[in-house]
Design a protein around this ligand. Structure first.
Ligand SMILES: NC(=O)c1ccc[n+]([C@@H]2O[C@H](COP(=O)([O-])OP(=O)(O)OC[C@H]3O[C@@H](n4cnc5c(N)ncnc54)[C@H](OP(=O)(O)O)[C@@H]3O)[C@@H](O)[C@H]2O)c1
Length: 322
């Protein structure tokens, strides 16, 4: 079957909005996609900075649409396996190598189809799956976050970080953020954060310690040369959850601070079916709405990628398929 979608043919090439032949296998059904959204992963693949790249492929891990008369969203964690603590060696993320969601239709197994929260539009729902699930597992499962605890979220402009903010505020936590942008910090405060610091300011970690007097949970996607500072501002017994390597290797970690404060540094990747279902229940319960930065028509998928590269977004970049 011929559909139109955003196809990446080779690394270092632009995503092209074009006709693509898809062939559902016997276990798959067709979902009409109404909206999709972008993740940093899509850029890493385009730039060749991702493991086991197999192209050509329709990009996009996040989709919302209609299946069998139902409004649905798609779970992007594929072949997770049987262990709740980690994914199997067969694990895949929807949107490479399996054709992704930036297209008119997708062929996918029914086990990856969930009911869309009814209070959300398709555009809002499409912003949710990969970032929301990653945020949920990092915060609730790996971070063991509790109401009234103090939490620091680094790089709040990121898609996942935005969902950590949304969930942590609804969970009754005292939330602080960091960002390269004072404007993004102000927007986070408007969404319920108590305060924040610009990580480009050399005094930012001192100021955070003064403001919060230590953090019980820290959620980080940057890594890099400043990661070791997070151990200094963590409270004894804190959990530091790491889900991204935007700034590369994490040098300078002090073993003395790590063992004396009895800290946990926990890695986190995506999440399970159960975590996805729990996240949807929480979103329905609190009537949460994701933060969308900008909407592009599906036909402008390439312009949406360029906008993500600019780094000016706060929240998700969404594609409207209507
Ligand atoms: N493990 C997983 O399952 C998983 C899932 C999703 C994403 N990830 C990874 O997580 C990272 C973020 O992904 P995303 O989709 O949320 O990306 P994104 O929307 O593109 O956001 C990246 C953000 O990183 C922040 N940042 C850059 N340099 C930083 C620094 N030195 N300190 C703190 N923050 C910094 C920036 O925040 P400001 O704009 O506020 O400065 C930027 O907005 C990527 O590395 C991605 O590959 C991993």
């Amino acid at each position: 079957m011929e559909i139109k979608g955003g196809l990446l043919k080779a690394i270092k090439e632009k995503v092209e909005y074009t006709s693509v032949e898809i062939t559902p296998d016997d276990s798959e059904v067709l979902v009409d996609l109404k909206a999709s959204s972008l993740n940093r992963r899509d850029l890493w693949i385009q730039e060749g900075k991702y493991a086991k790249i197999r192209l050509p492929c329709i990009v996009g891990s996040d989709g919302s649409g209609i299946y069998d008369g139902r409004e649905v969203i798609l779970l992007p964690s594929m072949k997770w396996g049987s262990s709740a603590s980690h994914q199997s060696t067969d694990f895949e993320v929807l949107g490479m190598p399996h054709h992704g969601c930036c297209a008119e239709k997708i062929a996918i197994r029914p086990e990856y189809i969930f009911d869309k929260p009814s209070h959300l539009t398709h555009l809002e729902a499409a912003s949710l799956p990969l970032s929301g699930l990653t945020a949920w597992r990092a915060l609730m499962t790996q971070g063991q976050a509790k109401p009234d605890q103090k939490i620091l979220i680094t790089g709040i402009g990121g898609g996942v970080a935005g969902f950590v903010l949304l969930f942590a505020v609804a969970h009754g936590m005292e939330v602080y953020v960091t960002s390269s942008s004072d404007n993004k910090i102000a927007r986070s405060v408007a969404l319920g954060a108590v305060g924040g610091e610009n990580y480009r300011n050399p005094e930012s970690y001192t100021n955070l310690t003064k403001a919060a007097s230590g953090f019980d949970v820290i959620i980080d996607s940057a890594g890099g040369g400043d990661f070791h500072k997070l151990l200094k501002i963590a409270n004894p017994g804190a959990r530091i959850v790491q889900y991204g390597g935007t700034q590369g290797a994490m040098d300078g970690i002090s073993p003395q601070i790590l063992f004396w404060k009895q800290l946990t540094i926990k890695g986190s990747t995506m999440g399970t079916r159960e975590e996805f279902a729990n996240m949807l229940e929480f979103i329905n319960l609190h009537r949460l709405r994701p933060c969308i930065d900008k909407v592009f028509p599906l036909s402008e998928v390439n312009q949406a990628f360029d906008y993500m590269k600019s780094g000016s977004h706060f929240g998700k970049i969404v594609l409207d398929h209507s």
